[in-house]
Each structure stands twice: as C-alpha cells, then as structure tokens.
Design a protein around this ligand. Structure first.
Ligand code: SF4
Ligand code: SF4
Length: 250
C-alpha cells in the first residue's frame, strides 16, 4: 500500500515549529514508517512531487510572492494544517499591522529600498481554507503527533481549547498570580504546553494564543490591580499572538 505523502512548508517564520517536528526524535522513525516525507526542505533537499495528502504550513504571509505561493500549496494539498503562532495568527511580525511598516524598515535595515514586504503579516487562513490550526510558539510536539495521527486516520485531532489555568490545576501547580501576585496570561491562553511557565514560577505570556472564550476584560482588571499601567497591559498582550489577542480584546 502506498504511504500518504507529507509535506512541510515554510513562510515568514523562525523555523522553530519545523524544528519541533525534527525534535520528535524517537517518534520520527515511527512516523517515517507511516508516511512518505515528500517535501521538507528543513530536513532534506530531496523532494517528491505533489499532490500531498497532508501539508503542514509554518509561517505567515508577509510578501506578495507568498500570498500567491500559498495558493499553490493549498491546491496541491488534500489537507492543510497550519502550525505555530506565525501561521495561525500572523506571529510577532504582525506587530507591524499596528504601526507604519516603513518605520520598522527604517529602524532595522540600512537600505530599506531593497526590502519588498506587505504592510501586514497575516495568518494562512486569511488567504486559503485551512483544515486545522495548531497553536504554539513553538508548537508542542505531542500535539503535533496527535494532529498528524488524526489526519492519517481521518478523524478530528483531540486538541483541548480550554485555558492554561486548567493545566496548572491538573498538574497541581499553585497559581502564581494568586500566591505571589505574578502577572499571568494563563486565564485567557489556550492550553497545550502543560502550564510550562507557571511550573517554573513564571507568568504565561500567551504563546498559544487566546483560548476559546477569553475574558480579556476581566484579566485586564486583574493586571491593573497588580500594578500594571495601560502601556504594561498592552505590552503583555502584544507578543507572538498580537493579532489574535488584539481581536480578542476589541
Ligand atoms: S499560574 Fe497562571 S495559568 Fe496557572 S492558574 Fe494561575 S493564572 Fe492560571
Ligand atoms: S505557559 Fe504560556 S507562555 Fe509558557 S509555554 Fe505555556 S502558553 Fe507559552
């Protein structure tokens, strides 16, 4: 029987989510036994032509060229799953959506005229239909394996959409906000990391993006009580998932 073809594509991103796939190590051999890794330039220059049964797409759309390229990826893919904050929410590069992109260009590049970029960074779903969005910056490898397995078996992935707080409770981590007054975005952030940061006494900074029904107004009141001013509140929400958190706050 022919194995399903898996393709992995990169758009504007840091490659961290693709590395999460390579980081599967032990599971990668089992995965390679189940699928033909047909296109994955981060892992191999050897490629196999499409169509592909499952495409994993990392990164956001920030150039006119990529806005066209994603259409080709979509048309050559039976199922398309976006992976990571860049692909699902535009990433930290979506900060430019809330400013003048020319200011960023002038601050970063010695010769901005050579840079051809769109004024915005947008998630893949803004350009083509997406079958599933896997959150995280970077994604969690256990969740990635669940998503790949689910698509290979024709079922919906079992990915929870509750908050990071539920993971603190499940693992018995004492709430750092309640116990120590540490600001934490856990109440409005989607679970998936097993409450990694609070387990090390650090506040969550929202790298999995907004949960299903985020009460950002209530959390904002709590952050203000903890002593944050308006600029501090804006700053804590404006990181890897700036676009989706700003939509959740509006
Ligand atoms: S530490 Fe953060 S994520 Fe954990 S319960 Fe408290 S507010 Fe929620
Ligand atoms: S606790 Fe928050 S910031 Fe830390 S890994 Fe989890 S989602 Fe990301």
């Amino acid at each position: 029987m022919k194995k399903p073809k898996l393709a992995v594509w990169k758009f504007a991103s840091c490659d961290g989510c693709q590395l999460s796939l390579l980081d599967c190590e032990d599971e990668l051999l089992a995965l390679a036994g189940e699928v033909e890794i047909a296109y994955f330039l981060e892992a191999s220059r050897a490629t196999v032509k499409g169509p592909y049964d499952l495409s994993l797409v990392e990164g956001s759309v920030t150039t006119a060229h990529d806005a066209e390229r994603i259409k080709d990826v979509r048309s050559s893919s039976r199922a398309l799953v976006t992976i990571g904050a860049c692909a699902t929410a535009g990433g930290i590069q979506a900060l430019k959506n809330f400013a003048d992109v020319n200011d960023f260009l002038a601050a970063v590049y010695a010769t901005p005229d050579y840079v051809s970029t769109l004024a915005t960074s947008t998630p893949i779903s803004a350009h083509v239909p997406v079958d599933f969005e896997l959150r995280g910056c970077p994604i969690d490898k256990r969740q990635l394996l669940e998503v790949i397995t689910a698509f290979l078996h024709g079922r919906r992935p079992g990915i929870q959409t509750t908050s990071v707080c539920t993971e603190c409770k499940r693992r018995g981590t004492v709430c750092i906000t309640v116990a120590h007054g540490t600001p934490c975005l856990g109440p409005v952030t989607q679970a998936g990391c097993n409450a990694l940061c609070p387990s090390f006494d650090r506040g969550c900074f929202g790298c999995f993006g907004p949960m299903e029904t985020p009460n950002t107004a209530s959390l904002t009141r709590r952050l203000r009580l903890l002593g944050m001013d308006d600029a501090g509140v804006d700053r804590i929400f404006r990181t890897f998932n700036v676009k989706s958190f700003e939509e959740a706050r509006s």
